[in-house]
Design a protein around this ligand. Structure first.
Ligand code: AKG
Ligand code: FE2
Length: 277
């Protein structure tokens, strides 16, 4: 497994979690959305534009549970076009520490074993996202490397992406560029000296997207993504959602500069897999 991951930068582990565990997490995500008041904040999140930059609601979500809308969720008058439950892009970014159901799912001993087997000395659960990829309006996620956003020295980010539902070409499955995790980091997203989030281009070449392969997976599969593996997902053009839960780990043995976008209050440091913190 380690050899395959080192060579390809991506690993698919089928039937990693049970249907029941997926359904429990999906129900909990639904409960969080039910409790969310859309009038409180109308954040629009998109990775295809820079609208989240300078957006406090997003930037301060590193130690909270917040809901973010799909870009196509509102009409020209700013009203939701469809039911709230069908308008949320994702929930982020600390439900793995703040919500007991998410914490249990995330602190799965089998997952701790995978992190260990892949060579992480001191795995820390830094960021969680519950991604809905809603029917029809679920937007694309453009090609990126996760170490752009969760930067450590040396690099240590690993993404653990769980399919809550079957992910297919039609509903916007993940794609990866196997082997290209050996390319250096292309961009770095960080807070500059003025406190503003910027994305610095470290290398101006385009990704060889012809090398991309679809990662169609069944419910319960785990896709492990190396922090430098370029990956993306298509828009959802189907009538079915493509819900996924993704957890990003960093190695506590590495330095996590405080210029990273994701920050925690001092009383809520990143934690590992141990249940009691
Ligand atoms: O679920 C998606 O479409 C994108 C997820 C992603 O980029 C990640 O888990 O790192
Ligand atoms: Fe990613």
């Amino acid at each position: 497994m380690k050899q395959f991951f080192d060579d390809n930068g991506v690993l698919v582990l089928e039937n990693f979690v049970s249907k029941e565990a997926c359904e429990k997490l999906m129900a909990q995500a639904g409960t969080i959305v039910d409790a969310f008041d859309p009038n409180e904040f109308r954040a629009v999140f998109s990775t295809t534009n820079k609208s989240h930059e300078g957006n406090e609601y997003f930037e301060k979500s590193g130690d909270k549970i917040r809901c973010f809308f799909e870009e196509g969720a509102f009409d020209a008058n700013g009203n939701l076009k469809q039911d709230k439950a069908l308008s949320i892009n994702k929930i982020g970014h600390a439900q793995h520490d703040l919500d007991p159901v998410f914490s249990d799912f995330s602190r799965n001993p089998d997952l701790a074993q995978v992190a260990k087997d892949l060579g992480m000395a001191q795995p820390l659960l830094s960021q969680s996202m519950y991604i809905f990829k809603q029917p029809r309006i679920g937007g694309e996620v453009i090609c990126h490397q996760d170490s752009t956003f969760l930067y450590t020295e040396p690099h240590s980010c690993i993404g653990m992406w769980f399919a809550m539902e079957d992910a297919t070409l039609e509903n916007g499955c993940m794609w990866g560029l196997p082997g290209h995790h050996k390319s250096p980091l292309k961009k770095r997203h960080y807070r500059n000296a003025e406190g503003k989030l910027v994305t610095e281009k470290l290398n101006d070449t385009a990704w060889p997207e012809e090398d991309r392969v679809p990662l169609e997976v069944k419910q319960g599969s785990l896709i492990v993504l190396h922090g430098q593996l370029p990956h993306l997902s298509g828009a959802n053009t189907s009538d079915k959602s493509r819900q996924a839960y993704t957890l990003h780990l960093i190695d506590g043995a590495c330095d996590y500069p405080d210029t990273n976008w994701l920050s925690r209050s001092p009383d809520m440091p990143f934690r590992g897999f141990e249940i009691d913190g």
